[in-house]
Ligand binder design. Structure first.
Ligand code: FE2
Ligand code: FE2
Length: 369
């Protein structure tokens, strides 16, 4: 079915066109790669996988309870609106929220694919072009998988959130080659990764858990790439140039924290925007969720050398300053390990099933004989 028929709201005239600026750069040096970046490129090639076969698409999903989230997670919970909802309405609201969330993942993945392609085009060094080419493929697979999940399992799609779109537009319109890294690899991916992780670690529904676990295995490489490239480059920038990047980060972080809340879902249920915003502000659960969204961005920003006074102040204001001390390496290693463990468990379960089948076949053979 065309996605157009599944949109909760009209996504507007398509396609969205962002004029390209900046140069496409060729490098004639083919034998001067940085070892760590080339090792990451090799890993990117080795770890390719196919969502059609690695994910168990036969697993059933209840679209009215996609993630098994408790009522407290809904921003309407405990308000007069909530008390008026029937169980059927609540199921429908859950479906819309899940759709909104996974739709933002889907549009973000398409954005990541386009930004990675832009990096291939504009980054000066060939080793970074090589690596980023593997990321283009990773992001294509992610978009394919989220798209399939929305089409087949939820049956409802939301347009891209206005603020996510504007951050994406700012990232792509900038002619400086490091900006797709900063806007996409650090900010948008950092935010997405934290959201993926929170869902992966709390949902008891097997299909979304599988999808998020495997996607996060790839994202661990993407973050490593962004850090490597920017850490090297930002050492060469002047104070003024670094401050410009910090301003971009501060603005992007506030925008994502305050404006990426799924208010458009509640509006579809007839709740005025101001009320919807107030509810998500008041919800204890969502406050924690918003804070945790920064768990991947803050340590990354600090690590690449953007840790000026204004940025520190902004993070203190958001209550996420201390996250700068958490270890990204540890988080990424865990992401990779969880995916490998899930594969091992599923593989072991399949082996057991096969063993039982063989035993049964032998038993029935013995009985007949
Ligand atoms: Fe991705
Ligand atoms: Fe990514």
């Amino acid at each position: 079915m065309p996605t157009h028929d599944l949109y909760a709201n009209d996504p507007g005239g398509s396609p969205w066109e962002v004029p390209a600026t900046g140069a496409a750069r060729f490098s004639w040096e083919y034998d001067d790669g940085r070892d760590r970046l080339l090792a990451l490129y090799q890993k990117g090639k080795d770890k390719q996988w196919d969502g059609r076969t690695r994910i168990d698409w036969d697993l059933e999903v209840d679209p009215y309870d996609t993630l098994g989230a408790p009522d407290e997670m809904m921003s309407l919970y405990g308000t007069p609106y909530w008390n008026k909802l029937t169980d059927k309405d609540k199921g429908e609201l859950r479906r819309h929220y899940a759709s909104w969330q996974f739709s933002q993942f889907l549009h973000g993945e398409q954005g990541a694919m386009i930004c990675a392609a832009r990096i291939v085009e504009s980054v000066p060094d060939l080793d970074a072009k090589f690596y980023s080419a593997t990321q283009v493929m990773d992001e294509a697979r992610h978009a394919e998988i989220y798209g399939r999940f929305l089409h087949e399992k939820i049956g409802l799609v939301y347009p891209i959130n206005d603020n996510l779109q504007s951050l994406l537009g700012d990232t792509l319109r900038d002619s400086r080659w490091d900006m797709p890294y900063l806007g996409m690899q650090v900010l948008i991916e950092g935010l997405a990764l934290a959201a993926f992780g929170m869902i992966r670690d709390t949902t008891d529904k097997p299909l979304p858990k599988q999808i998020l676990t495997y996607v996060m295995q790839d994202e661990a490489r993407h973050v490593a790439f962004g850090r490597m490239a920017l850490r090297d480059y930002y050492k060469q920038l002047t104070e003024a140039e670094l401050r410009e990047r910090e301003e971009f980060v501060i603005e992007g972080c506030y925008l994502m924290r305050d404006r990426l809340r799924g208010v458009e879902v509640l509006e579809n249920f007839g709740i005025p925007k101001a009320d919807a915003e107030a509810f998500s502000e008041r919800s204890e659960y969502l406050r924690l969720f918003r804070k945790l969204l920064f768990s991947r961005i803050v340590p990354c920003v600090k690590d690449i050398g953007l840790w000026g006074r204004r940025l520190q102040q902004a993070y203190a204001d958001m209550g996420v300053f201390e996250m700068g001390d958490s270890s990204l390496d540890l988080l990424m290693a865990q992401d990779e390990e969880l995916a490998e463990r899930l594969d091992a468990e599923r593989f072991a379960a399949e082996e057991r099933e096969r063993a039982v089948e063989v035993e049964e076949a032998i038993d029935s053979g013995a009985a007949e004989g």
